[in-house]
Design a binder for this molecule. Structure first.
Ligand SMILES: Nc1ncnc2c1ncn2[C@@H]1O[C@H](COP(=O)(O)OP(=O)(O)OP(=O)(O)O)[C@@H](O)[C@H]1O
Ligand SMILES: [Mg+2]
Length: 462
């Protein structure tokens, strides 16, 4: 969460003293001495709180406030008002400022107001997280799969859920790792407590440790108050360490300690805190390789991999495809008020022969698009024909070489046209054919009509 404060006031001595107090409080402050610089700062950066003097050269505080409300309405704005500008301060509150303080400013008052607003932002964030968790609740029936591989996975989930053992879920992108983690949580004794997910690859190394374990006020420049880490937030529940393979070595050491001793030490503290939660990690990396390359600690791997669940890629469990298709058609029928009953035989053959590099997530997207485009109860080739993917179909009609080549040619030209936004000159260049040849192909292969058909449904050719 951003916690930077913008302080805009043209009175240099006051501004410097005020900024010093804020920094001493552990806050990170950007000072500006006029309205123009304030406008510049808010366009470039996000601030948690902006403190604006009403009278400033360049642009006055009201103008800056209006701009903040337009581009970053989540910012908490406190106006500084002097004798003669109180009415303007009231006006500012109407425009979206949260509060105002009178000059001469009493430091304690303004600090209380700033802290109150920072707390407000923190609560807002927590609230958002809780809502996301609630909307994400589900039962194990959401994991679809009849293949023996998936049946084994379901059995492992049922067995491991009631325990507190650490679980490591492996599998390529889109194979359902997070879904499995949530299933373990919701079937286990942690259900009812929080499921906290953290993507280790998305947080910069410098922040990851404090995100996970928390920090004490003043332990680094922007640590202006104590902060609980995700381990503490997930107490009694589940902490899901997603993409653990990307965790920097420095953090792995601390994680190992936490896993071994079931204790964490916040950054800047010496007092360990006991933690009682379930740990689940996931990775799409081959950790054996990472260990060999000294990018992942072997001891941490063994600690996490008490129970290992591997999700095979979809192309290795093709018998699940018909069930998944049915599942996703049902899902999108319900969401879109459609009445698709299934896919035509040639579409099913295509879906069975495709190699699904993006696994279930990719299939979900394909079915979602097909449900949007389908005009009758059955999803046909034309509803998914232009997936923008390299289709290797073995439908009966495509066994005929000429037809297969024609289908491929059509699809390839469409992809290139899409890439160049249907700029035919550019597309012809990329295809290395003349413009008139491209026009002829568009005509022969009936490509334009496909484009029109899709655009009339509100979406460009995918
Ligand atoms: N067996 C399944 N049955 C039904 N839906 C599934 C199944 N597996 C995955 N999904 C759905 O596919 C999508 C991707 O799954 P998920 O996010 O769990 O994958 P992931 O392995 O965590 O992917 P990534 O590595 O890209 O984060 C989700 O919408 C999920 O609900
Ligand atoms: Mg995931």
């Amino acid at each position: 969460m951003i916690r930077k404060i913008l302080l805009a006031d043209d009175e240099v001595t006051f501004r410097k003293t005020f900024a010093k107090v804020l920094v001493e409080e552990g806050m990170s402050v950007k000072e500006v001495g006029n309205g123009t610089d304030a406008l510049d700062a808010v366009t470039k950066e996000r601030f948690a709180v902006a403190i604006l003097d009403i009278r400033m050269p360049g642009a006055d505080g009201i103008k800056v406030l209006r701009e903040i409300m337009r581009i970053r309405p989540e910012t908490r704005v406190i106006m500084i008002t002097a004798y003669g500008t109180v009415e303007m301060a009231v006006e500012a509150v109407k425009l979206g400022a949260c509060d105002y303080v009178m000059k001469p400013v009493v430091m304690d008052d303004v600090l209380t107001k700033i802290r109150k607003n920072l707390r407000y932002l923190e609560l807002q964030e927590e609230n958002k997280q809780l809502k996301q968790e609630l909307s994400g609740r589900f039962d194990i029936g959401q994991i679809v799969g009849q293949s023996s591989a998936m049946q084994k996975v379901l059995e492992m989930i049922r067995k491991v859920a009631p325990t507190k053992s650490n679980v490591l879920i492996t599998g390529k992108s889109g194979t359902g790792k997070e879904l499995v983690a949530r299933a373990i949580h919701s079937l286990g004794s942690q259900n009812g407590s929080r499921f906290v997910a953290v993507n280790c690859s998305a947080i910069p190394e410098s922040l990851l440790e404090s995100e996970l374990f928390g920090h004490k006020k003043g332990s680094f420049t922007s640590a202006f108050q104590d902060k609980k880490g995700l381990f503490e937030c997930a107490r009694g529940g589940t902490l899901f360490l997603d993409e653990i393979g990307y965790m920097p070595m420095s953090c792995q050491v601390k994680l190992l300690r936490a896993v071994e001793h079931r204790q964490i030490i916040p950054v800047g503290s010496t007092v360990p805190i006991d933690i009682d939660l379930r740990l689940i990690a996931a990775t799409n990396k081959d950790l054996a390789k990472e260990i060999k390359a000294v990018r992942f600690r072997e001891d941490l791997y063994y600690r996490m991999n008490v129970v290992g669940i591997h999700l095979p890629p979809l192309r290795e469990r093709k018998e699940d495809i018909p069930l998944l298709v049915e599942h996703f058609i049902g899902k999108y029928n319900a969401e879109m008020g459609k009445h698709c009953v299934g896919v035509s035989d040639d579409v099913m053959r295509l879906l069975m022969s495709y190699d699904w590099k993006g696994n279930i997530r990719e299939m979900q997207n394909v079915i979602e698009r097909a449900v949007i485009f389908s005009e009758d109860e059955v999803i046909r080739m034309s509803d998914i024909g232009l997936l923008g993917c390299h289709v290797v179909s073995l439908s009966e009609e495509n066994e005929n070489l000429q037809l297969a080549v024609r289908a491929y040619e059509r699809e390839h030209i469409c992809r290139v046209l899409n890439k160049y936004d249907w700029n035919k000159v550019e597309a012809a260049k990329a295809l290395n054919i003349g413009l008139s040849s491209l026009y002829r192909k568009i005509d022969e292969l009936d490509i334009d009509s496909q484009k029109r058909k899709r655009e009339s449904k509100g979406t460009a050719v995918a």
